[in-house]
Design a protein around this ligand. Structure first.
Ligand code: WT7
Length: 659
């Protein structure tokens, strides 16, 4: 959704409460500027200082940044550490051992708590079990699990052994899962029998079975299964093991495997504008540094906080702001299995009230759907709950429209909690541009200012800076420790996607359009490529098109995004069948079949909201599909552009008629 209308005309500024400013980890604009200037003055000194202060290194690094093979930057390269040690062991001796690490809230409202001591022991037992199966540093695992303490244990256990994990969101199909297993070369999978969401069970293990049956997964020798429901699932004797059996009898301690700072902690797949999803490879040292630092800076985390990020561990937000960041700083956090609307639309507010959450981090799409729900069912309006424990609230994943911002600020934040509207990406590893709760005056819809050490800018198509108020491409001019290292197995694609020659090959190109106002505040305008953002989930239009044309009935497909009140963007597909254009009754049938097909090929999040059938698609004389025009048609707007270069302008009218 574009915030374009409000850009540069927004005059409201919401200042942080004085009490919060006084106690903040970064307190006041002068403190922020001092850090920012320190990074400008002595870039490597700044990052080196923070890396030494924030993490425990088993072998100290002697060099901060190696730019010799840019854009393949290396950070703290000769340093060694273990990520799981920094998230768990450090808390056994610093007074946090008996502090609650995770408050798990299950779909049906049961609470389970684990302390840092207990979590450490569980991770060690599971890591010992994995080790006993013969897995070791350098191996890759696939994790396909529901939101659970066990998912965090699985990720941390891999990190403890130097095994690179690749988490696949539980909402992805067997086909998507198989592609990731093959691409990352996984030798084992950690999954669950079923997941439970909104009172329904959804099978996971059967999808793993289906994925493996598709072929190419011969390297997978073990499948470890967390028993969540006890439901009946397929089982292969000798290959499949229950997670509790793997842990059974293992010691409570496990020597952490020290890895170089650049060792790949994880690979997480995300959509690009072309081709298959890319495996974004992250490091150990630089990544964890930023995960911990942004917890302190953006969330102003304090020992007494009860922090809650509603993301799923299948996305980068769940990696950095559930599995790694909060544990690295010894926070108490809520992990939630369910959905915002079950058993009713007050679920989020009830959880905040029940556990006295102080920091709450969610997505604009959730906020927008809860605004609607609160209007429909006033009993579950946030005003009906005691949310006075909150002190900071956050937003992530897509631009937040000013109306939703103000509702969130007023009804959830009680007009006292700063909203941290955090702009970042799978590739950036952590927050990049965001307000700081004790520093920044807030403007609804703006992610405000870059964090210290992040040299964000807006440039034109030649890579030259644009003036304030002139929109352009969002870039980051200098590397940062948590940045993507490469695309797994495809370094050329990494260079082409993020350091394109057109911009001089020196700046990280985010793929977002942005603008800056007179105060230097950043406003994100949405993607500049063929990537959609549906409910905060990234989807490549090409991926959905490939899924559609894989159906035997489909000859051609073009997919575009259309602004949507709740999901931000919605998928609209224009389809040409191999046979004649269907009549209305038949079209409804086929559309339903194609939607389910896409869900099977990619996952339910990729289902087109609308499918329109045509005799053809609008094309230039050279055969290029004019998606720009299709976006206008999808919105139901009249075409004002010149269509004289089209091969078949009449087709626009046919496609413009929604069935
Ligand atoms: C894309 C990245 C960030 C982790 C979750 C999504 C959009 C993200 C914001 C924001 C405006 C935002 C951008 C970005 N985006 N946060 N606060 N304001 N847009 O990660 O799946 O890698 O998607 O999400 O378009 O490029 P992702």
């Amino acid at each position: 959704m574009s915030t374009i209308d409000s850009v540069l005309t927004e005059t409201r500024v919401f200042q942080p409460p004085a009490e919060l400013v006084k106690q903040a980890n970064i307190s006041g604009m002068a403190a922020y500027k001092a850090l920012y200037e320190e990074a400008e003055r002595d870039f490597e000194g700044f990052w080196g200082r923070l890396a030494r202060e924030t993490l425990q290194w088993s072998k100290p690094f002697t060099k901060v940044l190696d730019e010799s093979n840019a854009p393949f930057y290396k950070w703290f390269e000769d340093g060694e550490l273990n990520v799981s040690y920094n998230c768990l062991d450090v808390h056994l001796t610093n007074g946090n051992a008996d502090k609650v690490a995770i408050i798990f809230e299950s779909d049906d409202g049961k609470t389970t708590k684990v302390t840092y001591r207990e979590l450490h022991a569980r991770v060690c037992r599971f890591a010992n079990g994995i080790k006993a199966l013969g897995y070791k540093k350098g191996d890759r695992s696939i994790i396909y699990m529901p939101m659970s303490i066990e998912a965090v244990v699985a990720m941390q256990a891999c990190a403890r052994l130097g095994i690179t994990h690749s988490v696949v969101f539980g909402g992805f199909s067997a086909k998507s899962l198989q592609e990731r297993i093959v691409d990352v070369g996984a030798s084992f999978i950690i999954t669950a029998d079923e997941q439970v969401r909104g009172g329904r069970t959804i099978p996971l293990k059967p999808a793993v079975e289906e994925a493996i049956a598709m072929g190419g997964c011969e390297a997978v020798k073990k499948v470890i299964v967390y028993r969540r429901t006890g439901g009946n699932v397929p089982w292969v004797e000798g290959r499949d093991l229950w997670m509790h059996d793997v842990e059974q009898g293992q010691p409570d301690t496990c020597e952490p495997v020290q890895v170089g700072a650049e060792h790949p902690l994880f690979v997480l797949y995300t959509s690009g504008s072309t081709g298959k999803p890319k495996g974004v490879q992250h490091s150990s040292g630089g990544y964890l540094l930023w995960a911990a630092l942004t917890m302190k800076w953006t969330f102003d985390i304090k020992p007494t906080d009860v922090y809650w990020c509603t993301a799923d561990v299948g996305w980068v937000t769940g990696h950095t702001y559930i599995t790694y960041g909060p544990l690295a700083v010894g926070a108490t956090q809520i992990v939630f299995e369910g959905v915002p609307t079950y058993p009713n639309a007050g679920r989020f507010w009830e959880i905040i009230q029940k556990h006295k959450a102080t920091i709450f981090y969610t997505a604009p799409t959730a906020i927008r759907s809860l605004i609607k729900a609160a209007e429909a069912s006033p009993d579950h309006h946030p005003k009906k709950y005691d949310l006075s424990s909150l002190r900071i609230i956050g937003s992530v994943g897509e631009p937040i429209n000013p109306e939703a911002w103000v509702w969130y600020y007023t009804n959830v934040g009680g007009e006292r909690c700063p909203i941290v509207d955090t702009w970042w990406q799978t590739e950036t590893g952590g927050h990049m541009i965001t307000p700081l709760p004790g520093v920044t005056g807030l403007k609804p819809g703006s992610c405000t200012l870059p964090l210290p050490g992040i040299f964000a800018a807006i440039v034109d198509e030649t890579g030259a800076d644009v003036e304030l108020g002139k929109g352009g491409f969002l870039v980051v001019k200098r590397p940062w420790p948590a940045m993507i290292r490469t695309i797994w197995g495809d370094p050329e694609r990494f260079k082409k996607s993020y350091y394109p020659e057109e911009l001089g090959g020196k700046y990280y190109l985010a793929g977002d359009g942005a603008n800056r106002d007179a105060d230097g505040y950043f406003w994100i305008m949405g993607r500049i490529d063929d990537v959609l953002n549906v409910s905060g989930h990234r989807l490549g239009t090409m991926e959905v098109e490939s899924a559609l044309v894989a159906h035997p009935l489909v000859a051609e497909a073009a997919v575009v995004g259309r602004p949507d009140d709740v999901t931000g963007e919605a998928v609209v597909a224009f389809v040409v069948l191999k046979r004649a254009r269907p009549d209305d009754a038949e079209a409804a049938e086929i559309a339903k079949e194609l939607r389910n097909w896409v869900a099977k090929e990619i996952g339910p999040i990729a289902k087109p909201k609308e499918i329109r059938f045509g005799d053809n698609l609008p094309k230039t004389r050279s055969g290029k599909i004019m998606r720009r025009l299709l976006r206008v048609v999808a919105k139901g707007e009249a075409i004002t552009q010149d269509v004289s270069t089209l091969e078949n302008p009449a087709i626009l009218e046919q496609l413009g008629k929604a069935l």
